[in-house]
Design a protein around this ligand. Structure first.
Ligand code: PMP
Length: 297
């Protein structure tokens, strides 16, 4: 936290922190994978670049150069060498000093936490596919929110949608945009397979440009499978052969049903499984073509 290693129990913030009241902060989620060369961080620099870009949108000035923050992430992982951890959460936020909305005089606080995330939507869901519902909460448009920034305050919409999904017995929510087209999950991008073709929603649909989305697109192309970015409607997803979601936490997550409509054969489809395997090989350092994605700590 702000340059020093702090024990989990003591990693606290002041109650008058702007980020806590108004969501004035930006964050990242980054996975740590076990590789034969030891623990490695997946696409660390790409995540940190996105963090700096998010900060720029919120006028948050990160008081360290990018390389130093990358090194700090590695150091925090090293400090947890005897702890079961698989996930890094960098967080940059407005601190304390003034109490209104205007954050301009506030100090920038920087923290990098290392925790255990596990299988985000659950082991069973990973094996058999997760249940989605379409959220009644619309994803804010680019007119309403700084969507390209992974900003803390943006996530209340996701939290509401996730609560709705869980309260209705589903695992995750599908978010539609203000046009009524598919945007993404609450913390994942979305892909579908129809007649052997792979589709995902375009950045213009108001999504976060996921790093896992990009990784899966590269893995797919490496396998000779072209990914088509196009607007997707809710009903198109209903009749897709396969649907899966991607995210740092969720990885490649097969979808079993959406609004009680079962996808394809009701089990993870062949293209989903192939891409899941391809992604996992890349993340675990077993594909030399993608070894540059890994930073051994
Ligand atoms: N969309 C949203 C809204 C997210 O929060 C995330 C998670 N960061 C994603 C998509 C997936 O992005 P990534 O693959 O970079 O984790």
């Amino acid at each position: 936290m702000d340059g020093t290693l702090v024990d989990y129990e003591n990693a606290n913030v002041h109650i008058m922190t702007h980020g806590l009241h108004y969501g004035g902060g930006v964050f990242e989620g980054i996975r740590i994978y076990e590789t034969e060369k030891g623990r490695a961080i997946f696409r660390l620099r790409d995540h940190m670049v996105r963090l700096y870009r998010s900060a720029k949108v919120l006028h948050l000035k990160i008081p360290y150069p990018l390389d130093e923050l990358c090194e700090a992430a590695k150091e925090t992982v090293r400090a947890n060498k005897d702890v079961k951890v698989d996930y890094i959460r960098p967080l940059v936020y407005y601190g304390t000093g003034t109490y209104g909305l205007n954050p301009i005089k506030l100090p920038t606080k920087v923290a990098i936490a290392v925790v255990y995330m596990g299988v985000y939507l659950g082991e069973e869901q990973m094996k058999h596919g997760a249940k989605l519902i379409t959220s009644s909460w619309e994803k804010p448009s680019n007119r309403a929110a700084a969507l390209a920034a992974k900003a803390c305050g943006n996530y209340l919409n996701s939290v509401m949608a996730r609560l709705e999904a869980v309260n209705r017995g589903a695992d995750e929510a599908l978010m539609l945009n203000s046009e009524g087209n598919v945007a993404e999950g609450t913390g994942e991008n979305i892909f579908m397979v129809r007649d052997g073709k792979l589709f995902t929603t375009p950045t213009s649909a108001g999504i976060l440009e996921g790093i896992t989305r990009d990784s899966v697109m590269q893995v797919a192309e490496d396998m000779g499978l072209k990914v088509i970015e196009k607007d997707i409607t809710r009903t198109e997803l209903y009749i897709a052969d396969e649907v899966f979601m991607t995210g740092t936490a969720a990885e490649v997550q097969p979808i079993h049903s959406i609004d009680d409509i079962v996808m394809g054969e009701g089990r993870p489809g062949p293209i989903t499984l192939k891409l899941q395997k391809g992604f996992s090989e890349a993340a675990n350092g077993r594909n030399p073509r993608f070894r540059h994605w890994l930073d051994v700590v």
